[in-house]
Design a protein around this ligand. Sequence first.
Ligand code: ZN
Length: 230
Amino acid sequence: MDRLQPGGAATGGGAAPAPAGAVTPEAAAQHPDAALVVVDVQNDFCPGGALAVPQGDQVVPVLNRWIGAFHAAGRPVVFTQDWHPSGHVSFREQGGPWPVHCVQGSPGAAFHPDLQVRGTVFRKGFAPDREAYSGFDGALAAGEAGVRPEVTLAGWLRQQGVRHLYVGGLATDYCVRATVLDGLREGFRVTVLVPAVRAVDVTPGDGERALAEMEAHGALLAAGDAGEAR
Ligand SMILES: [Zn+2]
């Protein structure tokens, strides 16, 4: 994969120059067509959850800085939420690949308690017989548990004048991958915040392969300091 790495001469103390390919949340949020998309940062996908992504909780502080910057700049922030009825087709008991997870209204479906959920929530996977990895299969959240199926993510983003998505969350090789590829297909420019994603890695290397695939389809990979707290 052609991920950009820091280069150039080392500086004698102080902050190193930003590597090519790096992007700060404050700079990204200045773009009048930018939106932040936070994918599935829910308890069941974090350590201790039903379908834990290794180190999944480590995306939270990184994303909180992005959320803060976009919020301060008045740019849209979207949170996707896996939101399954009991007996969902993706569950093993129904012949699907996954343990029971993110059941509507359960603690596991709630966002990570440290995540600053300030923005607009889109729920996905709410139809019992339909899997939905992509946020673009979601619908606007309505009330405690419902959705407004007529409000799609792509339509909502376009209505806000958004053309460029900055995407982080869980998991690199499933819902982040699907959301990024759909975003590109919908005509958005997409930057993947590499320090703000983690992979399931059912097969070792799945996460890296997913990043390479997203890049091959035109996504930009923000490497290096994509907003880590220092
Ligand atoms: Zn799910």
